[in-house]
Design a protein around this ligand. Structure first.
Ligand SMILES: [Zn+2]
Length: 217
């Protein structure tokens, strides 16, 4: 039973201002089932959560639901995003003992106002690969083609494969982000690592919030 309205306060309380905004430029936008493009150029998907759409039914996962965890590197600490049985959580790993998770910030699935998904170019990885990987790979290839020395292949082949793989990750896959807006806080989680879990994280987050399946924008 929702609490009775008190005095003149509106009920239900208005959603947080950020709930229906572009995740990049914060312009006001509507939630849609499809991918949309903001006037700032960002392609993103914005889904209304159970707090905005009372027809959504949060999935009853039970207390032993699978935990789906993604990780990302920050400037100084590693971050994690996690789907627990009843809530989505964002936090950091202990900077000293790297694999210990510190307590994160949580939002219950039923308290979600909106989910916004988008992708960005991972600038730090892009710069690192241009500065480090690309010159070394080109050097190996020039060495091989100028000498046709078989020994050069030992370096040229793995370096070329690595450069192609990193190029695909940076430009093709990109960094995947989700913004979860709750009543008092919002979480921003990078969810593309490990790669085998990004689709599951995206699909499970939608499912547990009761939102219809939708492609990653
Ligand atoms: Zn925008």
């Amino acid at each position: 039973m929702p609490p009775e309205p008190v005095g003149d306060a509106p009920w239900p309380p208005p959603p947080p201002p950020e709930a229906l905004t572009c995740p990049k430029c914060k312009a006001k936008v509507e939630s849609k089932t499809d991918v949309q493009t903001c006037k700032c150029g960002l392609r993103f998907a914005l889904h209304a959560g159970p707090m905005l759409d009372s027809s959504l039914v949060v999935a009853s996962t039970g207390p032993v639901a699978d935990i789906v965890r993604v990780k990302s590197d920050g400037a100084f600490v590693r971050h994690f995003g996690q789907l627990d049985a009843m809530c989505v959580q964002e936090g950091a790993f202990d900077p000293v003992i790297g694999h210990i998770q510190l307590d994160g910030t949580k939002i219950a699935y039923k308290a979600v106002y909106s989910l916004a998904f988008w992708r960005t170019l991972p600038i730090a990885t892009l710069i690192a690969s241009i500065l480090l990987l690309l010159p070394f790979t080109l050097l190996c290839l020039v060495w091989f083609f100028s000498t046709l020395d078989a020994a050069a292949l030992i370096f040229a082949v793995p370096m070329t494969l690595l450069a192609v793989w990193v190029g695909y990750q940076v430009i093709g896959v990109r960094a995947h982000w989700v913004r979860v807006v709750g009543p008092k806080t919002r979480l921003v989680i990078r969810y593309d690592r490990p790669g085998r879990r990004r689709r599951r994280f995206h699909d499970e987050l939608l499912r547990r919030c009761g939102i219809a399946a939708s492609p990653i924008p």
